[in-house]
Ligand binder design. Structure first.
Ligand code: SF4
Length: 320
């Protein structure tokens, strides 16, 4: 049986925003009743269109967003009830890699100092030990020792993302959250960073939560995938199972846009309409306004999650 690192139960996250010229406040229902497990040593990808709530879910998991309700357990401890000491320990074990490596690095700090900073704040290591840890970490991500004396602007986009990954690794975390880690990079560089993440996961038994809209990245990098639509997880399964045997109409549409390596043509499913606003969620199945297989009951009732095969679940009346 897989060992669970993170367990999420019925998580809801909401924001209040200004309605602008019309005045008043509107509530954005960003995450709506998510249940999810992340197993030790795996890469779990969350996929979905921009605005589906995947980044908000990720931020709630690392305590950058306060949930409205629900539970998140990390190594069995309830994260929403952690003491200050537990929280400090949690911050060392969990790190994040952001989409834009340039804006996530301080332009006025040498790379060596950027990598030393978390060690100075969070550990009791001596200066020599810090120096050694920083050099070892730079080496893990394929950076030369001489790079540590340089500033972020002296590196290419790909090297800057390696630095951002090194900063996430320097505290020897257990869990890394990567939010669109290659989408800001040139296509020619993306493969290098994807391969680096795969190597790190395999060599250091790290657990990753990968947030991306790019199904090709998921196919190559992830072990399992959760498909998200309007704040709900609508399908989960292993990458093999989801790519070869997708069930939810939304998953099928997302996958129809991924080019086949074999060159075989497949029919592209074009969804009608825009993603509805999370401030104004549709009644019934949230996908019914765009679903090519919509039925009458989908407009009034919400489907529940059904496990159709070991580890493969889908939230759709076609399988309830
Ligand atoms: Fe489509 Fe109905 Fe399934 Fe929703 S429940 S995905 S509307 S078939």
């Amino acid at each position: 049986m897989n060992d669970c690192l993170v367990k999420i139960r019925d998580l809801h996250v909401e924001y209040k925003t200004d309605k602008g010229v019309f005045g008043g406040i509107q509530i954005i229902h960003a995450v709506n009743g998510v249940n999810l497990e992340i197993y030790k040593g795996e890469i779990l990808a969350i996929a979905g269109e921009s605005g589906c709530g995947k980044s908000t879910l990720a931020k709630a998991i690392i305590k950058l967003e306060k949930p409205l309700s629900g539970e998140i357990f990390f190594e069995g401890s309830d994260m929403l009830k952690m003491t200050k000491k537990e929280l400090k320990d949690f911050r060392k074990k969990v790190q994040m890699i952001f989409q834009n490596p340039y804006s996530s690095l301080d332009p006025k700090m040498k790379i060596g100092d950027t990598l030393k900073e978390p060690l100075k704040i969070n550990t009791d290591l001596s200066d020599d030990e810090i120096e050694k840890t920083v050099e070892e970490t730079a080496c893990k991500v394929g950076l030369d020792k001489d790079c540590l004396m340089l500033y972020p602007h002296e590196f290419s986009g790909g090297q800057r993302q390696r630095i951002a990954i090194a900063r996430a690794l320097v505290l020897n975390p257990k869990f890394i959250l990567a939010d669109e880690p290659v989408s800001a990079l040139d296509v020619s560089i993306q493969a290098q960073i994807i391969n680096l993440l795969k190597e790190l996961k395999e060599n250091y038994n790290l657990t990753f939560l990968l947030i991306t809209h790019d199904m090709s990245v998921i196919k190559y990098l992830a072990d399992r995938v959760a498909i998200m639509y309007l704040g709900e997880i609508v399908e989960t399964g292993t990458v093999d199972e989801i790519f070869n045997n997708p069930k939810h109409p939304y998953t099928k549409a997302l996958l129809s846009a991924v080019p086949e390596i074999s060159g075989n043509k497949k029919e592209k499913i074009i969804l009608q309409g825009e993603l509805p606003s999370p401030a104004n969620l549709p009644k019934g199945c949230k996908f019914h306004t765009r679903c090519p297989e919509v039925m009458l009951k989908c407009k009034e009732n919400c489907p529940h999650n059904t496990e159709i095969k070991d580890g493969h679940s889908v939230k759709c009346f076609l399988y309830n």
